[in-house]
Write a protein that binds this ligand. Structure first.
Ligand SMILES: NC(=O)NCCC(=O)O
Ligand SMILES: [Zn+2]
Ligand SMILES: [Zn+2]
Length: 485
């Protein structure tokens, strides 16, 4: 079997930085040390050898708001690899009444051309006995240990508290992770109607209809419901101080809650919606919307202090033509932005290069933390012998200006257009295959494989042990004393 040696670089993991060569064979890391040799040599001089990024929040070919997101598993994973991301996790979305297993087959059918590894979260979009039963099969036989709940998108994907509490309890029994999109969908729907009635039809009204309070309330509610159900909770695309404050408070009380800011919310702000060009503003419509600088500072502080654990993209790319279906009614603009190719370069440029994050924290929030949360560590998220050779050789001196003209994503714009980034992959390896060498793209369609994720993490075990210990117990009494009356 041919081997590859990544030579002369500095290995950077979530907890260590050291000089070593890394030898890869059969898609795995087989040796780490000095002076290694192999059939092929990749020169990593001046570079950092890091675990490939894992983006736990993408929507490829997602059916949403009357259309499909434009990047599929081929272009989406290719975009990821170009930016150093070697694994993505998409969301399987059953239609109302559809079995989870049927939906899962549909999602697997989309992936035949994936160029990097992928996995799925399962969304709970309705509730009933069949969903309750399917959840067990999904966890025990289908390699999925996380269930997403939309608290927004009323009349479409949204579930209510009753459904959410039932599902959270089922997640706890099965050793799974509960996830939420935390926005109060009832309040959003009312605010949307009011804004439209008042003639606020443009993309800026999207942001007005989803203030930070809408997110803070839902995050708090989900945290309390998760605590009562005894399940760990992961809040996706956490965008504001109100949501972050809820996570911080919960964690300080010992609750098992994780928060995921997006690179978009960290680096782009609400001024985008005030842009005079309708297309510019509409292209940036996503939920939750971009916030102000105070919220951004809160998210950055959360990453460096550890109260927030993961940076994702929620890559859900729509073309300008698709966005234009919402001209005259902002509620019809497909919600979503891209970012797969740009997440790691943008985070390095605005995080590591500015001193907000250490290199090790960068690895933690782009790869290792989520690998641990999703129970795929150290197969993924690690530079260790035996780990998958999903590796990015990161050149801190390579630079470029982000432009739609040279991106991998299939859409016609980029929300980071014109941003200068310094820190890019020299090589990206997906299970040993060198898919990216600077700007040369040599991805292999169909190379990507499904990553099964076993249930019952250490966190699930600890939480269920604690919940059992403090569970309500009947007080045994001898009866009502006879008083003689
Ligand atoms: N975030 C967004 O606006 N679109 C994708 C679907 C979701 O994650 O809510
Ligand atoms: Zn969402
Ligand atoms: Zn999403």
């Amino acid at each position: 079997m041919a081997s590859t040696v990544i030579k002369g670089g500095t290995v950077v993991t979530a907890d260590l930085t050291y000089e070593a060569d890394v030898k890869v064979e059969g898609g795995r890391i087989v040796e780490i040390g000095k002076g290694l040799s192999g059939d092929k040599v990749l020169d990593a001089t001046g570079c950092y050898v890091m675990p490939g990024g894992i983006d736990p929040h993408v929507h490829l070919e997602m059916p949403f708001m009357g259309t499909y997101s434009a990047d599929d598993f081929e272009s989406g994973t290719r975009a990821g690899l170009a930016g150093g991301t070697t694994m993505v996790v998409d969301f399987c979305l059953p239609s109302p009444g559809q079995s989870l297993l049927d939906a899962l087959s549909m999602w697997h059918n989309k992936t035949s051309r994936a160029t990097a590894d992928y996995s799925f979260h399962m969304a709970i979009t309705w509730w009933g006995e069949q969903v309750f039963n399917d959840m067990e099969t999904v966890v025990r036989q289908k390699g999925i240990n996380s269930f997403k709940h939309f608290m927004a998108y009323k009349g479409a994907l949204m579930v209510d508290d009753d459904e959410m509490f039932s599902s959270f309890q089922r997640c706890a029994e099965l050793g799974a992770l509960a996830m939420v999109h935390a926005e109060n969908g009832d309040v959003v729907a009312q605010m949307q109607a009011k804004l439209l009635a008042e003639g606020n039809t443009g993309p800026e009204a999207h942001a007005y209809s989803r203030p930070a309070e809408v997110e803070g309330e839902a995050a708090n509610r989900a945290i309390m419901i998760a605590d009562m159900a005894g399940v760990p909770l992961y809040i996706v695309h956490l965008s504001c101080e109100q949501g972050h404050e809820a996570v911080r408070r919960a964690r300080a009380k010992g609750m098992r809650v994780y928060g995921e800011p997006l690179i978009q919310h960290l680096t782009l702000d609400e001024a985008e919606y005030a842009h005079p060009d309708w297309d510019h503003a509409a292209r940036r419509v996503m939920s939750p919307p971009f916030r102000n600088k105070q919220h951004q500072d809160s998210l950055w502080a959360g990453l460096s202090s550890g109260s927030l654990q993961v940076v994702a993209t929620d890559h859900c790319a729509f073309t300008t033509a698709q966005k234009r279906t919402g001209y005259g009614d902002f509620t019809k603009i497909p919600n979503g932005t891209g970012g797969l190719e740009d997440r790691m370069p943008m985070l390095w440029t605005h995080g590591v290069a500015t001193g907000r994050l250490t290199m090790n924290e960068f690895v933690a929030v782009t790869s290792t933390n989520i690998a641990k949360i999703l129970n795929i560590y150290p197969k993924k998220g690690a530079i260790l012998v035996g780990a998958d050779a999903d590796i990015v050789v990161w050149d801190p001196n390579r630079e470029k200006t982000i432009s739609a003209a040279s991106q991998q994503s299939s859409i016609d714009y980029n929300v980071f257009e014109g941003q200068h980034v310094k820190g890019l992959p020299r090589f990206t390896l997906t299970r040993g295959h060198v898919a990216i060498e600077e700007s040369k793209v040599s991805t292999r369609e169909g190379h990507g494989a499904f990553v099964a994720r076993p249930p019952v993490t250490a966190v699930n075990k600890a939480l269920s042990t604690w919940k059992e210990l403090v569970a309500p117990r009947k007080v045994e009494r001898s009866g009502i004393p006879v008083t003689g009356v």
